[in-house]
Design a protein around this ligand. Structure first.
Ligand code: PMP
Length: 364
């Protein structure tokens, strides 16, 4: 298997081989224009058609109604940690509520604290970020501007199931590490955002979906570039957008539709991949510890350890000899982490499982 296939990085990470092949061709010369995608004007008809298609494909994959605006932003999810409260935590409402369920939601929460003030409605720090709350059972102030959470904690490997009950305030989710990995009832959300470098393509673009009603809450006088209405009004082309990233994202949406067959099929594949690895770990008993408690285990990021830094290093060394990469845990949690994003194939997960078994046998 090619090294790109065995990339378990938490992002940027694996991309489908067919998309990489098409991208390589596009960097030299796009079949449609004869020019490199890296030199294509953001005002060209070609790029306007790509922007249109990217939006249409996302709408089709999610079954998204016109109630929602789709936009492509820059600055990563971290910029949105600041601009979400700037746009929506206005004095007309009580402070927004934040769930702290891991490293990234803590970062989002801290930023809201600096921008607008906020209330922490749930904090998993005390229990070491191994479990998650039920969103619609949280004690949320009905006057709050919104409730913010991170749908998949990339570092700790915790994943919320989709909310099913009604919430008294708009729900805003950072879905950076599980957007388009499964179907989604967007109608339950006031806003969703996700950077591309996990499941959607290369880094440089962040997709944001807005319930248009939310846009009426945005105060006037914001800097244009930070006011969400600006990119929506300009079709995500107010200033120079990341043409290359949006092009590859469009290829990914085509791949999801044509090669995978849509998000229900993608979910099926992703769940089978994660089950294969977790089942193996469960069979191994005490040899390996998964960070997340069982009900909240992520299908995207599996954080685990063989018990100490030396054993984890020995596993990484073995995995490297098998051509695998990206398996080190995040510097904040250490240990190991296998990211099983959309483009990680079942065959790659099989190869990983074989290496895990081989490692356990060597140590037995
Ligand atoms: N949210 C989540 C869930 C993430 O995993 C990350 C980064 N891996 C971020 C936010 C930060 O994103 P960015 O680097 O695009 O600012």
């Amino acid at each position: 298997m090619h090294a790109n296939t065995l990339n378990f990085s938490a992002g940027p990470g694996a991309l489908p081989a067919s998309v990489l092949a098409k991208t390589r061709e596009a960097i030299v010369a796009l079949p449609e224009t004869g020019l490199s995608v890296l030199g294509m004007s953001h005002r060209s008809d070609w790029f306007l058609a790509i922007l249109d298609e990217a939006e249409r494909n996302i709408r089709d994959l999610l079954g998204l109604s016109e109630r929602y605006a789709v936009t492509f932003l820059q600055g990563g999810s971290s910029l949105l940690f600041a601009t979400v409260p700037m746009n929506f935590a206005t004095p007309a409402f009580a402070p927004p509520e934040y769930v702290i369920s891991g490293y990234w939601s803590a970062r989002a929460s801290a930023e809201a604290g600096r921008v607008s003030g906020h209330r922490i409605v749930w904090d998993g720090q005390r229990t070491g970020f191994r479990e998650l709350p039920v969103l619609d059972r949280l004690d949320v102030d009905a006057r709050a501007a919104y409730l913010h959470y991170v749908s998949n904690e990339t570092i700790e490997g915790l994943q919320f199931s989709a909310p099913t009950g009604d919430l008294p305030v708009p729900l805003i989710a950072d879905m950076s590490s599980d957007f388009l990995s499964k179907p989604l009832e967007v109608e339950r959300f006031g806003m969703i955002y996700a950077h591309a470098q996990k499941n959607l393509g290369p880094t440089g673009v962040t997709v944001a979906l807005f319930d248009r009603e939310m846009l009426e809450r945005i105060p006037s006088g914001m800097p244009h570039i930070l006011d969400f209405r600006t990119q929506i009004a300009h079709g995500s082309n107010y200033n120079t957008p990341p043409v290359f990233a949006i092009y590859v994202l469009t290829l990914i949406t085509r791949w999801l539709r044509d090669d995978i067959g849509g998000l229900t099929q993608m979910q099926y594949i992703n769940e089978a991949k994660a089950a294969r690895l977790y089942d193996l770990f469960d069979e191994m008993g005490d040899v390996v510890t998964v960070h997340a408690r069982r009900p909240w285990r992520s299908r995207m990021n599996v954080a685990f350890t063989f018990g100490d830094a030396r054993l984890d290093r020995a596993f990484l060394d073995l995995a490297e000899t098998r051509g695998m990469s990206g398996l080190e845990g995040h510097r904040s949690l250490r240990g190991l982490r296998a990211s099983l994003y959309n483009a990680v194939t079942p065959e790659a997960v099989e190869a990983l499982c074989e290496t895990v078994s081989e490692f356990a046998l060597q140590r037995a």
